[in-house]
Ligand binder design. Structure first.
Ligand code: OGA
Ligand code: MN
Length: 200
């Protein structure tokens, strides 16, 4: 946790390898329901499915899905409290979804938080893939504030990536095999993406 705080403070992002063991990753995979829906982009009236930008499927996490998923959410709550204590980001709540990329799926370069519209402050991405090899593609490509390539991150099981949502554009390169992750966001206040979707 100290390394996370240091890295967020100095560079705005952190790659936490072996955040969970492969057994814990397997347990989460076993509890993951198969209630997939096509991912959408934007909010309110603009909410629409744009498969030219992202082609993955998602489902929102709930602690009721099982003890390992509940535990994962509890760990995110620990991160939220620790980050607030040290970095004063005022993170208020967390929402997260599973994402499933089938072979050929991608997510073009984007920011998770748009000026003035959402209030996502800190992004987490946790990977659920066993035995990922370079030929599988599907890397998270991170860019800096000047849109210069920063780091390519393979979606290796047990790895957690944390970054400031408003600072780092990023994309998911084409994946050549099924790719599973949990993407989540700590936000400062207001209505959640999940609520917007449910209320439509
Ligand atoms: C996202 C996202 C990255 C990844 O869902 O917003 O950027 O590596 N995911 O899955
Ligand atoms: Mn993103």
């Amino acid at each position: 946790m100290d390394a996370l705080i240091d890295a967020l403070f100095t560079q705005g992002y952190y790659i936490w390898d072996d955040f969970l063991t492969s057994q814990q990753v397997q347990n989460i995979n076993a509890e993951m329901p198969s209630n997939w829906q096509a991912a959408k982009i934007g909010r309110n009236e603009d909410l629409l499915q744009q498969t030219s930008i992202r082609s993955d499927d998602i489902q929102w996490l709930s602690p009721a899905m099982g003890p390992s998923i509940e535990h994962y959410l509890a760990l995110m709550e620990e991160i939220r409290l620790t980050v607030n204590r040290h970095l004063y980001l005022g993170l208020f709540e967390y929402e997260a979804h599973f994402a499933k990329y089938s072979a050929g799926d991608f997510y073009k370069k984007h920011l998770d938080s748009f000026n003035g519209s959402t209030n996502r402050r800190l992004t987490t991405v946790f990977y659920l893939n066993q035995d990922w090899v370079p030929q599988d593609g599907g890397e998270l490509m991170m860019y800096d504030q000047n849109d210069q390539p920063l780091q390519k991150v393979a979606p290796i099981g047990g790895r957690l990536v944390v970054f400031l949502s408003e600072t780092f554009p990023h994309e998911v390169l084409v994946s050549y095999r099924e790719r599973y992750s949990i993407a989540g966001w700590f936000r400062v206040n207001g209505v959640t993406e999940q609520q917007l979707d449910i209320s439509r």
